[in-house]
Write a new protein. Structure first.
Length: 285
């Protein structure tokens, strides 16, 4: 990084690809996955496959990082010689992480910390961390980077399909998605986050195939006349479908400056269940 004194921190629910984190020194603040027998650290000692393997018999709970973990993360950043931090979190409408990080940041000495509420989940939150790295590398001042990120929150979007609404319902994360859709009529809702950062149904199609095709249409509409954007596909136990989706996306939207592909974090799988397939887009012009 050219601007060594600004660190980027993202929570694990933002799904910033691991190789990107390593290449750009992005710090990760892990969420927690809690089973009756023990507590796991998201992406550290538990994988998405682990969670899926124990479903549907066992659905764990998740929790946000506690104050001590957040402070430990800040300590690590400070020890590495950074002076300022841009902390990127999943939507405050879906998790208490944003408020918790902001609260701990307020009383922390020795670092200037800005916390971004992405109003998004998964890779649509992660794309904003990737954008933060890009802005830091461009040499912009800290305050200008923070302002730019705030201004661009709604230029990021995720559209995702779930195999069943059961897990969103059980986890209390159903938001404005009406559960009847999925069960009564084999309707597959396409879900996203609204301006408050809460789940809502963008569209609904009959059956998964049509639903995935509709997702592609929605991504194309969101891109509009944009000539510059990033794309991402994320999944939970749906690798082949996700790869096919990426191929179709590449044909449909050939101007992507970057494309990312990966699995969603174990903590997110808890709430979506296996079979999740999401497409993220970040408009850059």
């Amino acid at each position: 990084m050219t601007n060594k004194k600004i660190a980027i921190l993202a929570d694990s629910g933002s799904d910033v690809p691991q190789d990107f984190c390593e290449a750009h020194d992005v710090f990760t603040l892990p969420l927690k996955v809690i089973y009756p027998d023990r507590e796991y650290t998201d992406k550290v000692d538990i994988t998405s496959e682990d969670v899926i393997a124990r479903m549907p018999q066992e659905i764990p709970k998740t929790s946000l990082p506690d104050g001590a973990s957040i402070v430990a993360c800040f300590d690590e950043i400070k020890a590495a010689g950074y002076e300022q931090v841009i902390a990127v979190t999943i939507s405050s409408g879906l998790s208490g992480t944003f408020n918790m990080v902001r609260m701990m940041a307020k009383d922390y000495d020795g670092l200037e910390i800005f916390v971004l509420d992405t109003k998004n989940i998964g890779i649509a939150s992660g794309l904003q961390a990737i954008r933060a790295v890009e802005l830091v590398d461009s040499g912009l001042e800290f305050s200008a980077i923070c302002q730019t990120l705030e201004n661009e929150v709604f230029k990021n979007k995720v559209f995702f399909n779930v195999a069943t609404l059961e897990y969103l319902q059980k986890g209390g994360r159903i938001g404005l998605v009406i559960a009847i859709f999925g069960t009564a009529l084999k309707l597959n809702p396409i879900i996203s986050c609204n301006e408050e950062g809460v789940y809502y149904t963008v569209a609904k199609s009959r059956g998964r195939k049509k639903s995935l095709a509709k997702s592609l249409e929605l991504v194309k509409d969101f891109a509009g006349s944009s000539k510059k954007y990033r794309l991402a596909v994320a999944h939970a136990g749906a690798k082949e479908e996700a790869q096919a989706m990426m191929e179709r996306l590449t044909t449909l939207l050939p101007n992507a400056v970057e494309r990312y592909f990966g699995e969603i974090s174990p903590a997110l799988v808890v709430h979506t269940g296996p079979g999740l397939l999401g497409v993220g887009i970040q408009v850059l012009d």
